[in-house]
Design a protein around this ligand. Structure first.
Ligand code: AP5
Length: 217
């Protein structure tokens, strides 16, 4: 399966991409995680991306497309792209890359949710920067505050989860990423999921929708 996850910040794309990886072995490719790793290592890409991310703006298309092209070369089996594409230019580049590989996209899963709920989720998110595992102090807290249940490592809050940056990221989503809904609807690939249900319900709905999509093709 070759799947992209679309949806506003905080909709649960990362959480569900990790579950799809565990359930079906699909490789999870998260542009946000890859960019944060590049910033941590202070690579040329990380240095170019850092200011955009701190401000809640999109990193320029050419940088992100080049990074994804490299990742796709390594992903020989199925994958779920979490956070890419985010502009029509990125979606067209992805179509071209997949056509070259002979692996067309199976589905674009759209996570939908209202703004107030997403802002609340992001202000309660804590992440293990080493593994990417996320918690939520409202709905899924760690056993000990600030400590990962799995590896005992420290949990941190993302710098771009501050309320003013979250507002900017949601505006950027509306302006630059929302047009992709129509792009994938026209291509017959769009699958819409209510992202405000529980984590397990959302996971089950995605699995059912992808199973149906797979059977249809
Ligand atoms: P990125 O890291 O991709 O952030 P995002 O898309 O804004 O998404 P988030 O990671 O904030 O949210 P999510 O939907 O993954 O939710 P999560 O599962 O964590 O991008 C960051 C930045 O990188 C961008 O702003 C941009 O600058 C740059 N960038 C990245 N990709 C780019 C691209 N393609 N082009 C250009 N620039 C790019 O869940 C959120 C919280 O809710 C967690 O606490 C979780 O535990 C909880 N939760 C999840 N599901 C549920 C549920 N069903 N019920 C209750 N709580 C839930």
């Amino acid at each position: 399966m070759h799947v992209v996850f679309l949806g506003p910040p905080g909709a649960g794309k990362g959480t569900q991409a990790r579950l799809l990886h565990d359930r079906f072995g699909l490789e999870q490719i998260s542009t946000g995680d890859l960019l944060r790793e590049n910033i941590a290592r202070q690579t040329a890409l990380g240095k170019s991306a850092e200011e955009y991310m701190q401000q809640g703006r999109l990193v320029p298309d050419d940088l992100v497309i080049e990074m994804i092209a490299r990742e796709l070369e390594r992903a020989s089996d199925g994958f779920v792209l979490d956070g890419f594409p985010r502009t029509v230019t990125q979606a067209e580049a992805l179509d071209a890359l997949l056509a070259r590989r002979g692996t067309p996209l199976d589905a674009a899963v759209l996570f939908s949710g209202n703004r107030a709920a997403l802002v609340a989720r992001l202000s309660a998110r804590w992440t293990n920067p080493r593994t990417g595992r996320t918690y939520n102090t409202l709905t899924d807290p760690p056993k000990v505050a600030g400590i990962d249940d799995e590896d005992g490592g420290p949990l941190v809050q993302r710098e771009d989860d501050r309320p003013e940056t979250v507002t900017k990221r949601l505006d950027v989503y509306d302006e630059q990423t929302r047009p992709l809904v129509e792009y994938y609807r026209k291509a017959g690939k769009l699958v819409q999921i209510d992202a405000l249900a529980s984590v397990q319900t959302v996971a089950d709905r995605i699995a059912a929708a992808l199973g149906a999509e797979h059977a249809r093709q």
